[in-house]
Design a protein around this ligand. Structure first.
Ligand code: PMP
Length: 389
């Protein structure tokens, strides 16, 4: 038997397969609601203006590409902590490092939890981003699931969330989407966040906050409100931050892991372990994206232009959500959901019918990327949907 013969083939990424099908479809009215990237009205995923300008500035000023350390760009990590938490410093009980995307931050956080409490249990609401379970499993963590959302009624199942948190034991971890829940768009209200924060702190459950779409829901501050409440209530917490969506730098892989500890001494312990784990994973994160975003946020004019463009992107999503919801039926609740995604209660047959008969491409789960539509095509999609149900 050959060395590699024991490997079992792994399923291909269904969304990547969908890209291929979409590309090869000759119908000019085709609509892509599959892949999770922002699109403008022209269907493009542009480089944001301020990012382009910061890249230019960096190109002119950068005089070395010598190694950084495993912590990556320190100024960048501080900026991410400030976007997420307000006027904070990465000192005392708070530490942070740059990571390769939000995925790198999640993986590093999972490994830090596993190094602290081998085999710890992480509570995860379903459905969730499909990469969450394999990341937790790769770190050797156990996962307990509970229902976050009911697609049929399009409602957030808050009772199930609270039941699960009331079952969790001290020292367990709760993975929570900070805003713009992927794939459902069903976010907690502020009152729900307050109840969650109180339960986490009373029961000694450690929050693990995944913040991958800040600014694409209701606004930079509003989208961080839940995370800030939890960080205020719980002495110990982890944030996996991605700025691949809100800065549109997907392929540059830009994220940060921020950790809050009970004491400064714990923070030193955490930092040295985070750096050792980062070294064993990727030695140091890719520099370019972090350096660009630090350059952007250090420049008040560029920072203001980035915020203005982000506002336009968010308004576009909210406008499409309103347009979809005006058609009622399974789309009625879409206006209450936030961010890039909603999860429609569609059978695989309906999804297939939409693709074959109406050239509408979406994930088999019924998840739609709101940015794949426009206020105009929202009506076309709603009609195709009505004809397919
Ligand atoms: N968390 C969630 C909920 C996501 O949707 C994503 C990206 N799809 C990530 C984390 C990872 O982001 P990144 O591309 O920065 O690795």
């Amino acid at each position: 038997m050959s060395f590699f013969a024991p490997l079992n083939p792994q399923p291909a990424d269904a969304l990547l397969a969908l890209i291929g099908l979409f590309r090869n479809d000759p119908r000019s009215h085709k609509i892509d609601l599959g892949v999770g990237v922002f699109r403008d009205d022209a269907g493009k995923t542009p480089v944001m203006r301020a990012v382009k300008a910061a890249e230019h500035k960096l190109w002119e000023s950068q005089d070395s590409k010598s190694y950084l350390g495993p912590e990556g760009n320190v100024a960048f990590a501080r900026h991410m902590a400030r976007l997420a938490l307000g006027e904070v410093e990465l000192s005392g009980r708070l530490s942070g490092v740059q990571t390769p995307g939000g995925t790198g931050a999640l993986r590093l956080a999972a490994e830090l939890v596993a190094a602290t409490r081998p085999g710890a249990t992480v509570w995860v609401g379903t459905p969730t981003w499909p990469n969450h379970p394999p990341i937790l499993a790769a770190a050797g963590l156990k996962m307990q699931t509970y229902r976050h959302f009911d697609p049929a009624s399009q409602t957030l199942t808050f009772d199930a969330v609270m039941d699960a948190l009331n079952k969790a034991q001290a020292g367990d971890v709760a993975l929570l989407h900070g805003c713009c829940h992927n794939p459902t768009g069903a976010d907690f209200s502020l009152d729900q966040w307050k109840a969650i924060a109180a339960t986490l702190s009373e029961r000694g459950i450690v929050p693990f906050l995944d913040l991958a779409y800040q600014g694409l829901g209701l606004g930079m501050e509003q989208d961080a409100a839940g995370v800030r409440l939890v960080m205020g209530a719980c002495p110990e917490a982890l944030i996996a931050y991605s700025c691949d969506k809100n800065f549109g730098v997907y392929r540059d892989r830009v994220g940060a892991l921020i950790v809050q500890t009970a004491s400064a001494a714990d923070s030193d312990r955490v930092s040295s372990n985070v750096l050792a784990l980062a070294r064993a994973n990727w030695s140091m994160p890719p520099d370019h994206g972090g350096a660009v975003i630090a350059t952007l946020l250090d420049d008040p004019a560029l920072a203001a232009d980035w915020k203005a463009e982000l506002d336009t992107m968010r308004d576009r999503l909210l406008g499409i959500r309103d347009a979809l919801a005006s058609h009622g039926g399974v789309l009625a609740r879409v206006a209450e959901q936030r961010g890039m995604f909603s999860l429609l209660p569609l059978s695989p047959d309906v999804v297939k019918h939409l693709r074959e008969d109406h050239a509408v491409y979406m994930a088999g789960s019924g998840r739609i990327n709101i940015a794949g539509l426009s206020v105009e095509t929202a009506g076309i999609f709603a009609k195709a949907l009505a004809a397919s149900l």
